[in-house]
Design a protein around this ligand. Structure first.
Ligand code: GLY
Ligand code: MN
Ligand code: MN
Length: 484
């Protein structure tokens, strides 16, 4: 009665206790099989995205010659039982296919001069099968009319086959796998989780092409619009909803422009601003606070921005707030000045840290000299900046994380890399080593930078770096009439 399910599917709907067993009734199955028109479907990818993916596959093919390749799209996370959250494809799969097809597997068979690629996808259950109405994951009555292998083949320009054929397709050969779900399944597919494949993919993803840069530009621009929308909601958040209201505002913007936030949105008001990953966002917002906003829109292509600015809720920085902001700005500008092709990736880190250490020393907070603090065995300034001050950015917010240390921290900057620079100062409310007026203040400035032939372009430059500029930008954002 029901067709063989695609790989890794959870229990079909008709074997669950809470679902009435309609599929067991042959008269109902027969009745449901009739009377459906065929919808016309075009797979949702444009030719530029398809061409970019084809180029990425070719680059991988050249960088991984003679080796079998298997890249999994993955599956939607399950909270419990059959309660799925939204699917988001594995980033390596997106890089090579540029379409979010749940459960799909990209296979690359090595040839004498590269690879033959094929894509395997679950075939949606159309009218005529019991699964059409009883399979909540791939039954079209549950998920809507869906693209068939031929639709995807036309759109993507590579052979696309039903996933049930994957096992026979891998019978001869051994495959390096990325994005796999479990080791047992890999065993049955002659495949092994492959750090070397993931490393090569991370290396390729480190330098962006023109299509990827356009996606990142769109993402940053949408994110900046999100900043304006969030600031505009401050009066509401003060009255009702606090940090959560602002988080919801940004996430709605991100969901409208793209898939949603590219990482858990951070809205840190007041004493929450110094908490690096304040994603709980359950505090109030009030006039006397700083408001740290770390937010990024993930485009439909899955490329994400990652931008931070810190605003005074009242619209004007207090003297202590400005003092901290000015030092972070100085550090940020020093980091930006260290960006150019041919410079060491780690230069901007040291440039940022030097300014932070000098500033904290001037304020009398360091128990040692600046040189001692900056030495590898010192690092006293890091008490107030324990995190990194930048990273590669792309399909993942912390992109290219399967690179080796020497290919990342130890590498030189190259044209068309995209990275963040994000120094900050984080004075926790309960830190008795700082004067009372600094306790509970947190500031970060984070931009998204494209390395150009001669230096860098700040993709998020529309947001000012300095305190006075932020006050003006905020006033305009909170008064849409002026903004327009
Ligand atoms: N929002 C994460 C980061 O800045 O790295
Ligand atoms: Mn970041
Ligand atoms: Mn960030």
């Amino acid at each position: 009665m029901s067709e063989k399910l695609p790989r890794s599917m959870p229990i079909p709907q008709h074997s669950q206790p809470r679902i009435p067993r309609l599929a067991d009734s042959q008269p109902f199955v027969d009745f449901m099989a009739k009377g459906w028109d065929s919808p016309q479907l075009t797979a949702p990818v444009d030719s530029a995205a398809t061409q970019a993916a084809a180029n990425h596959r070719e680059n991988l093919s050249q960088a991984f010659t003679g080796q079998g390749i298997m890249v999994f799209a993955g599956q939607a996370p399950v909270r419990a039982n059959d309660n799925f959250h939204e699917f988001r494809a594995n980033s390596d799969f997106m890089y090579l296919i540029n379409a979010q097809i749940e459960t799909a597997v990209l296979l690359g068979h090595p040839t004498t001069d590269g690879h033959d690629f094929e894509l395997f996808i679950p075939v949606p259950f159309a009218p005529g099968t019991a699964d059409f109405f009883s399979n909540a994951i791939h039954g079209e009555l549950w998920v809507g009319p869906s693209h068939k292998p031929l639709d995807w083949q036309r759109a993507l320009g590579i052979p696309v086959r039903p996933i049930q054929e994957l096992e026979s397709a891998v019978r001869s050969g051994h495959f390096h796998a990325a994005g796999a779900v479990n080791a047992t399944e890999l065993g049955t597919l002659n495949a092994q989780d492959s750090p070397s494949l993931k490393r090569v993919l991370s290396q390729l993803r480190m330098v962006k092409d023109a299509w990827e840069i356009a996606e990142l530009r769109a993402s940053v621009n949408h994110t900046i619009d999100g900043f304006a929308q969030v600031l505009n909601e401050i009066p509401h958040a003060i009255r009702f909803g606090g940090e959560r209201w602002l988080q919801g505002t940004f996430d709605r913007v991100a969901r409208t422009y793209g898939n949603g936030p590219g990482y858990a949105t951070i809205i840190g008001a007041g004493i929450h601003a110094p908490t690096l990953h304040w994603t709980r966002c359950d505090g109030p917002v009030s006039e006397d606070q700083l408001l740290l906003l770390d937010m990024g829109v993930e485009e439909r292509s899955c490329y994400t921005a990652d931008v931070t600015r810190t605003f005074p809720v009242a619209g004007t920085f207090t003297e202590a707030q400005r003092q901290v902001h000015d030092l972070v700005e100085k550090s940020h500008r020093a980091g930006l000045a260290a960006l150019a092709p041919g410079k060491a990736y780690s230069d901007f880190h040291f440039a940022c840290m030097e300014e932070i250490a000098k500033g904290l020393h001037d304020w009398g907070l360091l128990p040692v000299s600046v040189d001692e603090a900056l030495s590898p065995t010192g690092q006293h300034h890091r008490r107030w900046l324990v995190c990194g001050v930048g990273h590669h950015l792309g399909l993942d917010v912390h992109d290219c994380s399967h690179s080796h240390y020497e290919d990342y921290q130890g590498a030189l900057l190259q044209e068309n890399m995209v990275l963040t620079v994000e120094p900050g100062l984080y004075f926790h409310a309960h830190d008795t080593m700082v004067p009372p007026e600094l306790r509970g203040l947190g500031v970060r400035i984070e931009d998204d930078l494209l390395i150009t032939a001669t230096g860098y372009e700040n993709l998020s430059a529309e947001l000012p770096l300095d305190a006075a500029g932020l006050e003006r930008w905020m006033a305009q954002a909170m008064n849409p009439a002026v903004r327009a």
